[in-house]
Write a protein that binds this ligand. Structure first.
Ligand SMILES: NC(=O)c1ccc[n+]([C@@H]2O[C@H](COP(=O)([O-])OP(=O)(O)OC[C@H]3O[C@@H](n4cnc5c(N)ncnc54)[C@H](OP(=O)(O)O)[C@@H]3O)[C@@H](O)[C@H]2O)c1
Length: 423
């Protein structure tokens, strides 16, 4: 069994979640990768802010104590900010450590120098959590899209502004009121400037463009505009015309030239981005070889983002040798869950005799098996009378048993037709 020691820089929203999730998943990761991941050092100014899950003995206030510690194999940078993070990551790479970071501002401003240093030292920098929170956009673009000839990457990459625009669309207040609500809910930072002025989304689009087009784009190369000037009436007029307003980042490759920008944009109501609401993010990848692929999911949050950080650590330890990441990823044999144990809601259409009491018979059969009815309509009369029902989710075996009983009723004129309901 190999042991890999991890040093965390930062025990804030993401850092403390990474510690908790790594501790919880330690055995599963060991079973999957053959590597025991252990956090052995944490640098943090204020150790009390995010609970005292980690033993006090792991903490230091000095980031260099982590990156200079010869026993540490992987440094996970979750301080945020640019200059201190740059110095500490450089030092970690010079000391032969692999690095994971969620720091989009750092990569969009000074990524080139860090990647060059990593190449020189034969070490990895992984940064899945820097864009899209829990969405595995970086890995998909770097690995799966290599031959896709991407020419456009666009989407919603800032959860705070998407939350504000969604709340304004729902009539929950103007820009100032919905921003205050986003802060209360923890979606927006105490200083939300970089979110609302588009700089956060611009940094993420610089990272995505660099990967998509294999050509470095920095924050300075991106034009960006925020959402502070959007008024409720703009949103209402857009809606009347069949659009929703979203903060859209886009990166385009046109005639071997790159354009990257972030701006409030009218999105047609039927477009997939129009349905991305609240703090969710979504990115569409467009390429000559793939048409269009969309990835969407939670764009921020400690727990959500920590899954991306941990996947990077697992990628690092799993790409050192041939194994888990290259060959079969199954490391256990789970039993199959029988179909009848699954829960589902159902749509049912059945032809019935058109007389009083038939509906009560059906309802009572469902009730006896704890299958509750969410909605019901009756269509047609006489020989054409049909009942159409939608049930609440219930164990499939109970639903099937009820259906058999219903099919056997003399008042039922056809075999009930059933379709599963999603959700
Ligand atoms: N939160 C999210 O949902 C999310 C999503 C994706 C990516 N990210 C990225 O993840 C990184 C961390 O974000 P976060 O939300 O976890 O931030 P956070 O809650 O502010 O955590 C950062 C922690 O690091 C500490 N720290 C910063 N510099 C330090 C230094 N030089 N020495 C010792 N301690 C230091 C901070 O302490 P003080 O506060 O006392 O300075 C703070 O407790 C950022 O790059 C962010 O952009 C966050």
């Amino acid at each position: 069994m190999e042991k890999v020691k991890i040093g965390l820089l930062g025990y804030g929203v993401v850092g403390s979640s990474v510690y908790r999730l790594l501790t919880k998943e330690r055995v599963r990761i060991l079973e999957g990768t053959g590597v025991d991941l252990e956090v052995t050092r944490i640098a943090e100014m204020d150790t009390t802010k995010h609970g005292a899950d980690a033993p006090a003995s792991l903490f230091t206030t000095d980031g260099s104590a982590v990156v200079e510690d010869p026993s540490i194999d992987v440094v996970v940078e979750l301080f945020g900010g640019v200059d201190a993070a740059f110095e500490l990551i450089s030092c970690a790479l010079r000391n032969g450590k692999n690095v994971v970071t969620a720091n989009k501002q750092l990569l969009a401003n000074r990524g080139a120098a860090l990647f060059e240093l990593a190449r020189e030292k034969g070490r990895q920098i992984r940064f899945e959590a820097s864009v899209g929170g829990a969405i595995p956009i970086i890995k998909v673009m770097r690995e799966s899209m290599f031959a896709a000839e991407l020419h456009t990457v666009y989407g919603i990459v800032n959860g705070t502004t998407n939350y504000i625009l969604t709340a304004m669309l729902r009539g929950e207040g103007d820009y100032a009121a919905t921003l205050a609500r986003a802060q209360e809910l923890g979606y927006a930072e105490a200083d939300p400037t970089a979110d609302v002025n588009g700089a956060d989304a611009a940094a993420k689009m610089a990272i995505l463009a660099s990967i998509a087009f294999h050509s470095r784009v920095t924050l300075q190369d991106v034009t960006f505009e925020g959402i502070a000037s959007i008024q409720p009436e703009d949103i209402a007029y857009a809606r009347d015309l069949g659009f929703v307003i979203k903060l859209v980042g886009s990166a385009r490759l046109l005639d071997e030239q790159v354009n990257v920008r972030v701006a409030p944009t009218l999105v047609p109501a039927g477009h997939p981005l129009a349905g991305i609401n609240g703090s969710y993010n979504a990115v569409l990848l467009v390429g000559h070889a793939i048409d269009e692929i969309m990835l969407s999911g939670p764009g921020a949050g400690g727990l959500q983002t920590s899954t991306a950080v941990i996947s990077d650590i697992v990628s690092i330890v799993s790409t050192k040798t041939t194994g888990f990441m290259q060959n079969c990823s199954c490391y256990r044999a789970l039993p199959l869950l029988a179909e009848e144990e699954m829960r589902s809601a159902f749509f049912i259409r059945v032809r019935v005799e058109d007389r009083p009491g038939v509906l009560a018979q059906l309802a009572s059969i469902f009730g006896e098996r704890d299958v509750s009815i969410e909605s019901l309509i009756q269509k047609g009369h006489g020989d054409q009378a049909e009942l159409v029902l939608i049930t609440h989710p219930s164990p499939e075996k109970d639903f099937r048993a009820a259906l058999e009983a219903i099919a056997g009723l003399s008042s039922v004129r056809s075999r009930p037709m059933t379709i599963r309901v999603l959700g």
